[in-house]
Design a protein around this ligand. Sequence first.
Ligand SMILES: Nc1ncnc2c1ncn2[C@@H]1O[C@H](COP(=O)(O)OP(=O)(O)OP(=O)(O)O)[C@@H](O)[C@H]1O
Ligand code: SF4
Ligand SMILES: [Mg+2]
Length: 330
Amino acid sequence: MENLLEIKNLKITTLRGKNTVRLLDKVDLNVKKKCSFGVVGESGCGKSITANAILGLLPYPLRVSEGSIRYDSKDGERELLRLNKKEMRQVRGQEISMIFQEPMTSLDPIFTVEMQMFEALSFHHPHMGKAEMRERALEMLRRVNIPRPEQTLSSYAHQLSGGQLQRIMIAIALINDPRLLLADEPTTALDVTIQAQILKLMNDLKEQNDTSIIMITHDLGVIAETCEEVAVFYAGQIVEQASVVELFSHTAHPYTLGLLRAVTSLGGESRKLYTIPGIVPPGGQWSQGCRFADRCEKCMDRCRREMPGLTEAAPGHLCRCFLHSGEVEA
Ligand SMILES: Nc1ncnc2c1ncn2[C@@H]1O[C@H](COP(=O)(O)OP(=O)(O)OP(=O)(O)O)[C@@H](O)[C@H]1O
Ligand code: SF4
Ligand SMILES: [Mg+2]
């Protein structure tokens, strides 16, 4: 396989009463080896369910109704959607790790940090001795710049700050040297100075370990700091995709332009300057035309009748908008 992860035509549905409701529509994503790939969009656009689908963690009644997620594992190519529970547990944590959206609730309050780090290690290394596990846990805590790592090992979640907890989550996610890290809003709950530190740390770890990262965020500023490629999600679809340099220099989709105006600059100004008027239409309540039409300043008649396809605005730069499809207004 050329890429580390290839998602093709991924569709996710849920049940509302007796009705099947679409939440994600025909998503294609390729993540190269040793690359950081950004997924950006407002709340409810389908970022987390995409990440959860990769690791087989969609909660019932959500399910993948169609598509394929191929992964180039150490043991050869795997179709992740066809793995059984046991096979998926082997992949999870060892080959692919996830940092979840809520750092404060991701650590178990009744176990020490040491117990939780040992658990992550021993699942994939059942024969590793206590002394070796302790050494590895301390090494990871040092790498994520935790002061007094010995003392931290015997701490409980409530004794640690949000920034420390997030570093520990990263240490646990990386303890088995995964090849792919899914980071779902890893810094949203933290203040801007700590955000910048954590993002720098993730960049450093990526360089040292050759880990690919899927960075999920609602903030294009975070993408600019950390990623090489980016896909912009809107209402369960990809609406723009390009290299980060291309996306920032030749932004095409009106939604991405709105997100750019709303960027919070890292480490400095944290006040939102602009919010796109209106809200993301919920799953299943999408119009037949462009899903952004109600909020778009450039909306044309055609946009309400027809759904724009994802077409090339420039080589390697995909955009779902009639303004960039190369077609004349019908
Ligand atoms: N457990 C669930 N049951 C029903 N619907 C869900 C569930 N989880 C997510 N959804 C729906 O799926 C859609 C996508 O949600 P998702 O959590 O992926 O959004 P997101 O882009 O991660 O947003 P946020 O930025 O708020 O995390 C939304 O319409 C959401 O309401
Ligand atoms: S297709 Fe039309 S409504 Fe949709 S983003 Fe483009 S201009 Fe706006
Ligand atoms: Mg989410």
